[in-house]
Design a protein around this ligand. Structure first.
Ligand code: NAD
Ligand code: DAU
Length: 358
């Protein structure tokens, strides 16, 4: 089996579902079930013995050691993290704890376990670290997209904590020979995405008739990838990636935030028309995010040339599937909008002054 950390979150949850469907190989899923973790995402695996769920913290070395000894995974795929930039601005401490200390704890536990494996198992073992394009910082409008050789220039507590974790993973390869792989991916979207991030927040707010808060001038650019394409890229890197290498993963889909929001509104107008008029009437420009990176763009040539991976979805097909999923799964959305979620919405948006309505 493989050990997945953070497998009750957005990408980890999609990965576990796809992994079992595609490979049939069992998964040990270690997740602390923070506000971002949701076992409802994995409801379809409730009676499937190929999915073993353990609630626990990746910073708990004793727990991780015990799980490795008991379940003896052939690989670790590490998703667990604090992942939301705005939350990292309001409270960076948890980001340092989980993303840096947690990755360190996992690396040390993996190293001890790997050192004790028989030669064949030792040779086949992999530690795959799931990271982000945000470690590279922000691009000027005409600058070429990030390659794996771009310097690290993180600008938020979140991206700094991920950059630190990437450095640890690299060092454990060069110093101890731990067989690691790292993926640096662009913005994901798709089913089971927590509605604090841009796309699901816009869908959920629009359907509730609430304002659609666009930060600053709305011209920041992100490079969007359908989550299931990220999952297939991780499977490919795990199977064929060269040890110690990093692979950028992206969808060749650069979009301005305001265009994303208009696309979401137009699709909702088509798929769930509102008698009150187009959802675009709800677009509201609000105070910007501090240190807001202007542009991300991923050059995904290396993974394509070396491993033959390309995304299956275009943005147009992926966003339509995503909106259909949210329309078909109001129960999942309702349940993740707990009291804690509502407190976060107050914390993040109450202090932002409106900058006008589009
Ligand atoms: P998420 O916030 O949706 O999920 C994170 C999961 O980790 C949750 O299930 C949470 O309960 C769990 N977790 C948090 N702290 C933990 C701890 N101390 N111990 C055990 N479990 C813990 O995040 P996501 O968007 O699915 O991102 C997953 C990974 O992918 C992260 O490492 C993130 O940096 C990376 N990534 C995300 C994106 C994106 O667009 N969302 C893009 C590139 C890379
Ligand atoms: O690039 C990969 C990263 O993408 C991941 O590493 C992060 O875990 C993930 O959260 C995401 O980070 P972003 O900050 O790019 O995603 P977010 O959805 O928070 O914001 C996307 C863009 O939309 C960003 O420019 C800020 C803007 N935004 C966001 C929110 C929540 C708004 O304009 N309004 C909003 O309400």
């Amino acid at each position: 089996m493989i050990l997945v950390t953070g497998g009750a979150g957005f990408i980890g949850g999609n990965f576990v579902l796809d992994w079992i469907a595609e490979t049939g190989e069992p998964v040990l899923n270690l997740d602390a079930l923070t506000y971002a973790g949701n076992l409802e995402t994995l409801a379809s695996l409730a009676d499937d013995e190929r999915h073993v769920f353990k609630r626990g913290d990746i910073c708990d070395r004793e727990l991780v050691d015990g799980l490795l000894q008991t379940y003896r995974p052939r690989a670790i795929v590490h998703f667990a993290a604090e992942s939301h930039v705005d939350r990292s601005i309001h409270g960076p401490g948890e980001f340092i704890r989980t993303n840096v200390q947690g990755t360190f704890t996992l690396l040390e536990a993996a190293r001890a376990y790997w050192n004790g494996l028989p030669p064949d198992a030792r040779a086949g073992f992999r530690f795959l670290h799931v990271s982000t394009d945000e470690v590279y910082g922000s691009l000027e409008p005409q600058a070429p997209a990030f390659t794996e050789r771009h310097p690290f220039e993180p600008n938020s507590p979140y991206s700094a904590s991920k950059a630190a974790s990437d450095h640890l993973v690299r060092a454990w390869y060069h110093t101890y020979g731990l067989p690691v792989l790292t993926t640096n991916c662009s913005n994901n979207y798709g089913p089971f995405h927590f509605p604090e991030k841009l796309i699901p927040l816009m869908i959920v707010n629009a359907l509730a008739g609430r304002p659609l808060p666009v930060y600053g001038d709305g011209l920041n650019v992100r490079d969007w990838l359908y989550v299931k394409d990220h999952c297939s890229a991780i499977r490919r890197v795990l199977a064929q990636g060269r040890l110690g290498e990093t692979y950028n993963v992206g969808g060749w889909n650069e979009k301005r935030n305001i265009d994303i929001v208009h696309t979401v509104c137009a699709l909702l107008d088509e798929m769930r028309p509102d008698p009150a008029g187009s959802y675009a009437r709800l677009i509201t420009f609000v105070q910007d995010r501090p240190g807001h990176d202007r542009r991300y763009a991923i050059d995904a040539s290396k993974i394509e040339n070396e491993l033959g991976w390309r995304p299956a979805e275009t943005f147009e097909t992926g966003i339509r599937k995503t909106i259909a999923w949210y329309l078909e799964n109001p129960g999942w959305v309702e349940h993740v909008q707990s009291g804690a979620y509502r407190n976060w919405i107050d914390t993040n948006y109450a202090s932002r002054q409106n900058g006008g309505t589009a």
